[in-house]
Design a protein around this ligand. Structure first.
Ligand code: ADP
Length: 486
């Protein structure tokens, strides 16, 4: 890894504007998933250091929230510019710690930065309301105020964008933040802190607490148990999200949760099949299948099932698997051994129960955590792969007959994040859009993420929305002012 600006490789935590180690000097190692090489060791912090970060965020709150929205926006805008100016270095760091191909990492830097730009603007438009009063001598006014100190716990699959998507709206409206990045990918978070400091984000406003998996329990315990923290925003697995929600219940702390999905991707008889293949590839194989909006169950109507499977296989066979920093690579490794084993077990279970392998179907010859891009046909709902989030480059194809049947099947899951379908009939498009119990629906479109639209799920996929004009609402409290005696 050769960074143009080596100072972006930060290996200390960032609390109260200081780069710091853990109190006991403990560190944990960060590896390149493409080859297992050690990249860095970063501090393994615990509850005490997290409390320190929360206190710092609390001390910084009064002056940050009293700045004008425009003053905060100008600082965020400077942060945005710096992220873009350092796109290549940030992309390199990301590819080395996370494994995604450089082209995708560059895309994530732009995507991550877009939230900073968007919320810098949106913070200036945090309008209240004047409500027609219930008495002649009264006036009713609604103002919106920052919630206060927020805690954010983020995953490894989007090491940069999942942080900016939470921190940018929080900071824009006047909150201060303590972020715990995923243990696999702390370096992107620390580089963001370095750039925030350069942009003029005051000390204590944005803190990054790094820790390894075992200490996540203590750090998460402090973030959810410390009464100074008024809100916890989490992106990650459903079991951890439920646990954090329970922990937050004691203090009725607000939560935003962006959890797992089991996205259906439906191809109807009347679909443009070539477009559906492009959409399926984008939705299924991006980040080696490791996103919470990845197509997890591909339902294809009987009349086009074989043709779609063939076209998809032709496209998938052109993939180039390898280390993300190599030219032309379209699919990197999985994040770690546990991820590889999970994918292997799901595919083996499906094969045992009668699924046919069209391509792939096993670990890649490259070894390590590489897995072959895979397509399975004749998949049925009794297989584990139908009910679990695959988080790998495996496309299971289910056959269906009717629209009614596929809507029932698509909704037959406790999850409800993203869904996709391809069709041309306008009546069907409305019916299916309204029938799918999901927070996001891609219609003839496989890529749905943008800073301008609300991202989030229903059912066990989460609470709250990120991005868009709705994204700031998660970080403000509504206060009603009732004025009498006018
Ligand atoms: P994954 O299985 O994809 O790694 P997780 O939900 O385990 O998803 O991880 C998402 C984030 O949640 C990471 O930052 C991780 O360290 C953190 N995390 C995991 N367990 C806990 C916990 N008990 N308390 C707080 N944070 C946790």
């Amino acid at each position: 890894m050769k960074l143009t600006d080596p100072k972006l490789l930060r290996t200390q935590a960032y609390i109260d504007g200081q780069w710091c180690d853990s109190d006991n000097g403990d560190t944990f190692d960060v590896f390149n998933p493409a080859n297992g090489d050690l990249i860095a060791a970063v501090p393994d912090l615990g509850a005490a250091e997290t409390k320190h970060a929360i206190d710092a965020a609390n001390s910084a709150l009064a002056s940050w929230r009293s700045k004008t929205a425009k003053e905060r926006a100008n600082i965020l805008r400077a942060w945005y510019d710096l992220i873009l100016q350092n796109q290549e270095d940030l992309a390199q760091l990301m590819t080395f710690e996370q494994g995604k191909p450089l082209a995708e990492a560059r895309g994530e830097v732009i995507y991550g930065a877009s939230f900073v730009e968007w919320f810098a603007e949106e913070g200036k438009r945090l309008y209240g309301d004047v409500i027609p009063a219930h008495g002649a001598d009264k006036r009713v006014v609604v103002i919106k105020q920052p919630i206060g100190v927020i805690g954010a716990i983020t995953p490894w699959n989007f090491p940069l964008a999942m942080i900016t998507r939470k921190v940018a709206p929080a900071l824009a409206v006047g909150c201060t933040a303590v972020v715990k990045p995923a243990e696999d990918t702390p370096l992107s978070a620390l580089a963001l802190a370095e750039l925030a400091e350069r942009a003029g984000v005051p000390k204590g406003v944005f803190n990054v607490v790094t820790c390894n998996k075992p200490n996540a329990v203590a750090v998460g315990g402090e973030l959810t148990g410390n009464p100074i923290v008024r809100k916890v925003s989490f992106t990650g697995s459903t079991p951890v999200g439920k646990l954090l929600m329970k922990q937050c219940a004691d203090q009725v702390k607000k939560v935003s949760l962006e959890l797992g999905g089991n996205a259906p991707f439906i191809v109807f008889d009347d679909a443009d099949l070539d477009a559906a293949v492009v959409g399926a590839i984008a939705s299924k194989y991006r980040n080696a299948g490791q996103t919470c909006v990845c197509a997890n169950r591909i339902f294809v109507q009987a009349g086009v099932y074989d043709e779609f499977a063939q076209k998809l296989a032709d496209a998938v066979r052109t993939f180039k698997v390898g280390s993300g920093d190599q030219d032309g690579v379209t699919q990197g490794p999985l994040i770690n051994k546990a991820a590889l084993e999970k994918v292997q077990n799901l595919v083996d279970d499906a094969k045992d129960k009668g699924a046919k392998v069209v391509c792939g179907g096993q670990a890649h010859d490259l070894g390590g955590t590489f897995y072959q891009p895979t397509i399975l046909t004749d998949v049925t709902t009794d297989m584990r792969i139908a009910n679990e989030e695959i988080f790998g480059p495996v496309a299971p194809l289910y056959k269906f007959e009717s629209e009614e049947e596929v809507i029932v099947k698509a909704n037959d899951t406790p999850f409800g994040l993203a869904a996709y379908f391809y069709a041309r009939d306008i009546g069907r498009i409305w019916r299916v859009s309204e029938g799918l119990e999901y927070g996001i629906v891609g219609i003839n479109e496989g890529i749905i993420s943008t800073e301008a639209a609300p991202f989030g799920g229903v059912k066990e996929s989460g609470i709250g929305r990120e991005g868009s004009k709705y994204g700031v609402e998660d970080f403000v409290e509504i206060k009603y002012l009732c004025m009498g005696g006018v």
